[in-house]
Design a protein around this ligand. Structure first.
Ligand code: HEC
Ligand code: HEC
Ligand code: HEC
Ligand code: HEC
Length: 227
């Protein structure tokens, strides 16, 4: 955590701009029916008791303070999870599971919902036709399984993290959870790693411990956290 001073104010301004902008397009995300189904399927808000006001802020907002985790995450398939939905990627997997490898599934909400960040949620990924360059640019940053899919929508807890950076005080992890950060257990992963995934190896149970080691990012020691 080498970054100092100046950051917090700039961060808050940037975050506010982002959220305001995002807010204006999210309402037109997907037909209500699909949004409702997705919300239920992903269970993001209800399952973790995050306040209804929590919004996705995007992984770029975490990067400035968590560079090492970000670099490591960028090496995982999570960083470009939408690519698997495009023709020419994982063709053998698609064929094996009865999907059409020539079809572009990256515009199909039924697939996209598990391959992006915060699908249909405030501040999260929304379907778009690519004609609005500004929208396309924002959506590109959310077209992956970002930090917030495992740690929770950032608007709930980034202010606390910012304060921790500023004060350098010690904290207990419970404080993070109280602010809306997810406590990561198996249910965080099985929102997507479940039988609704058309490519899942049915019959093979989700091995949380092994998958956690393989599928998140490298871990680094926290300096301010008290055990
Ligand atoms: C319920 C969430 C969910 C939905 C819906 C979903 N996926 Fe996925 N997808 C996953 C998960 C989790 C994985 C990784 C493990 C696995 O294969 O289940 C994955 C992996 C894949 C892979 C393999 C990528 C690779 O690198 O091997 C392809 C291809 C894929 N999905 C295509 C699709 C398509 C096409 C659709 C829509 C018809 C779709 N997915 C819908 C969750 C989902
Ligand atoms: C938002 C949906 C979603 C959530 C939440 C999620 N995953 Fe995934 N995961 C995917 C998809 C989609 C893929 C396939 C990406 C691809 O192959 O392009 C994947 C791939 C993986 C892989 C293979 C990746 C690789 O780089 O080889 C592992 C391991 C994994 N996930 C572990 C986890 C664990 C552990 C959690 C919970 C802590 C988790 N996932 C949470 C959707 C999700
Ligand atoms: C697929 C799930 C997943 C994604 C995506 C993910 N993390 Fe994590 N992260 C974890 C898990 C699991 C831990 C271990 C702590 C735990 O079990 O509560 C962790 C721990 C951390 C920690 C604590 C220190 C450490 O290194 O262990 C930080 C900081 C962190 N993540 C930041 C990020 C950032 C920033 C991103 C995005 C660039 C991100 N994470 C993306 C699952 C994820
Ligand atoms: C302004 C800087 C800043 C930003 C932005 C920020 N964090 Fe943090 N975060 C911190 C600090 C400081 C800590 C405590 C680090 C320590 O103890 O060494 C922390 C701790 C964490 C932890 C570990 C919590 C624990 O005790 O297990 C996770 C996970 C995490 N942040 C994820 C994120 C994610 C995801 C985002 C983006 C949505 C984010 N942070 C944005 C500064 C920040």
């Amino acid at each position: 955590m080498k970054s100092k001073a100046a950051i917090p104010a700039a961060l808050i301004l940037a975050a506010t701009g982002w959220l305001t902008w995002q807010g204006s397009i999210v309402s037109s995300a997907v037909a209500g029916d699909e949004t409702a189904r997705t919300t239920a399927a992903l269970g993001i808000i209800s399952a973790h008791g995050v306040s209804d006001g929590a919004k996705y802020v995007g992984s770029n907002k975490c990067k400035m303070c968590h560079m090492k985790q970000t670099k490591s995450w960028k090496k995982t398939k999570k960083f470009h999870a939408i690519d698997a939905l495009k023709p020419g990627n994982a063709d053998d997997v698609k064929t094996k599971h009865g999907l059409d490898p020539t079809k572009d599934y990256s515009t199909d909400a039924a697939c996209v919902k598990c391959h992006v960040t915060g699908f249909g949620q405030p501040g999260g990924y929304a379907m778009h036709d690519g004609t609005d360059k500004k929208v396309a640019k924002k959506m590109k940053k959310l077209a992956n399984i970002g930090c917030e899919m495992c740690h929770g929508p950032g608007s709930a807890y980034v202010a606390l993290h910012t304060e921790l950076l500023k004060t350098k005080r010690k904290y207990k992890v419970e404080e993070m959870y109280a602010a809306g950060m997810y406590k990561i257990d198996e249910t965080v992963c099985t929102k997507c790693h479940n039988a609704n995934s058309p490519t899942i190896d049915s019959g093979v149970p989700f091995d949380f411990k092994a998958m956690k080691e393989k599928g998140t990012h490298d871990h680094f020691k926290l300096k301010q956290r008290e055990e």
